[in-house]
Write a protein that binds this ligand. Sequence first.
Ligand code: URP
Ligand code: ZN
Ligand code: ZN
Length: 459
Amino acid sequence: MALVIRNGEIVNAGTRAQGDIFVENETITRIGKHLEAPPNTEIIDATGKLVFPGFIDPHVHIYLPFMATFAKDTHETGSIAALVGGTTTYIEMCCPNRNDDALEGYQLWKSKAEGKSACDYAFHMSVTKFVKETESQLRQIVADGTASFKIFLAYKNFFGVDDGEMFQTLELAKRLGVIVTAHCENAELVARLQQKLVAEGKTGPEWHEPSRPESVEAEGTGRFATFLENTGATGYVVHLSCEKALGAALGAKSRGVKISVESVLPHFLLDKTYAERPGVEGMKHVMSPPLRSKHNQAVLWNALGQGSIDTVGTDHCPFDTEQKLLGRDTFVNIPNGIPGIEDRVNLLYTYGVKRGRLDLDRFVDAASTRAAKLFGLYPRKGTIAVGSDADLVVYDPNYRGMVSVKTQHANNDYNGFEGMEIEGRPSVVTVRGKVQVRDGKFVGERGWGKLLKREPCHF
Ligand code: URP
Ligand code: ZN
Ligand code: ZN
């Protein structure tokens, strides 16, 4: 059935106009004022509302075997949570570990999502070792439409690659025109500092941050940038958390290194005192890179406002209370991760746009358009334009509410942002023209989501 969204303020990164959007066959076919709609067209009145392109979360974990357990969401729960929060596409990290076969891992990750996700999705393919068959396997994966890689400089002996493997991955990526995303922390330093702290009896969650200090992240970021510089590859730093690491990334960029920066929701809104809370409350706020001292938040907001932080993701990675307690004896065993897939857009709108830290253009760019451009999804995604997929978020800026575990759709028994007020939320969310959310409720079709095939675009 055709659909028209009437009289909203249509906000793209860079343009704004009052008008109507007409949707047929999953696609935006007309944009204008007072568009005529044939009988049987569904009409959504967006008077007084903002209409955004569907938001894109470039960094989520749904299926993830990690730290002796599994992340809690499935594509059913994760995608519904994403949609209720206005995210219509997410890019999941496909993370086989060093002992797994990359191609088998890729098929496994695909099978977990297929027919289950209610929103569209894609993968970043993690390269967790570089052996004889890696090049041909990665070529097959890119040919299958997964045109971005992920490397971890952290998580020694599990996901982590050494410098030689990083070099090989970047050289291949350069030849294939594929962007490489990277978790940048020095694995050796983390391992040594963890051992030292534990030997001193410092085992609570408050010691997680001192085991991975800002200098350790800055070193990883600088090293990644140096490898990009010397291979000519294009890179993207994931979940950058602090001023020192930002300095390393931006310094490289000013030398002409092709590097972009993502920061994630927790680092804008939560500081390290959350992980210093006693017992399991602290454990719930353990992620890597860790929550930092508060002064970093102002630095991140400022860089985001100016566009030197390119994107905001979530690094959604849910572990429940019982799983977090795997680290009751030592912080080294606390499953790392904080969920946020459902809350990113509303919290970014409230604490970014409404608090004057972000203008609306930059908000749309950081939460949708720039990820679409970097990861080969634009202009199919990330913009409201004739010919683009009809992924639309009709946003009510007058809604007032609060983040709470009691109302969330993600599969977890807590919410790391509990109690934070929100000033706005999606009233209608469409994915390729299908209404998936109305007034905070999922009303759509499970399994509607498609795997998005992407072409390499970084030659
Ligand atoms: O703590 C985190 N970030 N957990 C998920 C894995 C990763 O490093 O992205
Ligand atoms: Zn990471
Ligand atoms: Zn992650």
